[in-house]
Ligand binder design. Structure first.
Ligand code: NAP
Ligand code: G4F
Length: 327
């Protein structure tokens, strides 16, 4: 019998990479999708796996739909990747962000507790929970949380609810505290993809500049394809636990801009970048850098793709995409 896994957020960035990994390991993969007037399967198509997933209908804000899904498929593993994941939008849509990212997780945990209590549960927690936390230059599993956005606040709730279900009901519930991870499948509004997409347009004469907010914040950026392996490994352990997943390196947004223009063969980037206050946030997370000792020691996980390789992969993919479109 094949092992079965339910992946929420299957149409996003991480969902397709994780689904591909699980399919390679011979899992039966169910993907949760919500009603949408015009859903896009383009990320699954990009990886060539759109026909290998069994799609199930549900929405994180509709508890009954989650109960129906869990009751009907009783998956052995549940990866909860669904979220309103764009930090910038979370000030405008704080309540929606809370309903999906916090209360939605409670609903899913309850559905599992009642209808598939032995299922192993993965919660997509985030370095945004650290926010403004005091640290020694790194954040790890013991760093206190100080979220800076409604997104971060909602994720802290979901983190603790996951811990609480583990401690209260003896469920296998694990948090992956993932630092920023990117890829050619990254949503276009996130800064890395906005930069690489913008550079591709500039390179091919389709745009003149890129409008960005604050270039000073530092992030620990890795490759999404590496990070889904850590998610999988967390659920293969005998005991549930929480893990930071990161590269241990940090770079500013400015560094990313510079490296991406360089990867596209454009040396003098400054003339193409316009600072636009519309993209600055009411409260910023200035510095993220994860310490990956625990995930390396306990799970044997390490990132494979370097910062420079990641930038190049993304720039090349966007240039190819626009070249294909124009053919
Ligand atoms: P993403 O590309 O934004 O994907 C999120 C997915 O969630 C989308 O497929 C979206 O569906 C789905 N979703 C949103 N609201 C929903 C709802 N009400 N019901 C059901 N599904 C809903 O995010 P990602 O980058 O893959 O990240 C995956 C998870 O990891 C998220 O929870 C994110 O917060 C977390 N995380 C990400 C990073 C990172 O750097 N990428 C780091 C740490 C944690 P639609 O396609 O229908 O919109
Ligand atoms: O790419 P971002 O929007 O990602 P952010 O806010 O770090 O959040 C991402 O990573 C989190 C993990 O730490 C995830 F939990 C979350 O779901 C998401 O995947 O912004 C990165 C930085 C910020 O400091 C932002 O202020 O880039 C800065 N920035 C500067 N100009 C910009 C822009 N961000 C965006 N999106 N657009 C800009 O024009």
């Amino acid at each position: 019998m094949k092992k079965s896994a339910l992946v929420t957020g299957i149409l996003g960035q991480d969902g397709p990479y994780l689904a591909k990994l699980l399919l390679e390991k011979d899992y039966k993969v169910y993907g949760l999708i919500r009603r949408y007037s015009n859903p896009t399967f383009s990320n699954l198509e990009y990886l060539g796996i759109q026909d290998q997933i069994e799609y199930v209908d549900g929405d994180m804000t509709d508890e009954a739909s989650l109960i129906n899904v869990i009751k009907s498929i009783r998956p052995e593993e549940v990866y909860n990747l669904a979220a309103q994941s764009f930090v910038g939008a979370s000030w405008q849509q704080a309540k929606l962000t809370t309903e999906v990212n916090a209360l939605g997780v409670l609903s899913l945990l309850n559905a599992i507790k009642f209808f598939s209590p032995t299922a192993k549960f993965y919660q997509a927690s985030t370095s945004e929970m650290f926010g403004l936390s005091n640290d020694d230059g790194y954040q790890d599993e013991n760093t206190p949380f100080h979220p800076r956005s409604p997104y971060g606040v909602a994720k802290v709730y979901a983190y603790w609810m996951t811990v609480n279900f583990r401690e209260s009901y003896n469920m296998f519930a694990a948090n992956g505290i993932l630092f920023n991870h990117e890829s050619p499948l990254r949503g276009i509004e996130f800064v890395t993809r906005k930069i690489t997409d913008g550079i591709a347009k500039i390179k091919l004469g389709l745009a003149e500049d890129i409008h960005l907010g604050n270039l000073d914040p530092k992030r620990d950026w890795g490759f999404a394809g590496d990070y889904v392996e850590a998610m999988y490994l967390m659920l293969q352990q005998d005991d549930p636990d929480d893990y930071v997943v990161a590269t241990g390196e940090t770079h500013s947004v400015r560094d990313f801009v510079e490296a991406a223009f360089k990867a596209a063969g454009i040396e003098d980037y400054k003339q193409y970048v316009k600072i636009d206050p519309r993209y600055q946030r009411p409260a910023e997370v200035p510095h993220l850098r994860g310490r990956l000792d625990k995930v390396t020691k306990k799970l044997g996980w390490k990132p494979k793709v370097t910062f420079e390789e990641l930038v190049k992969i993304m720039v090349d993919a966007d240039i190819q995409r626009y070249k294909k479109k124009s053919m």
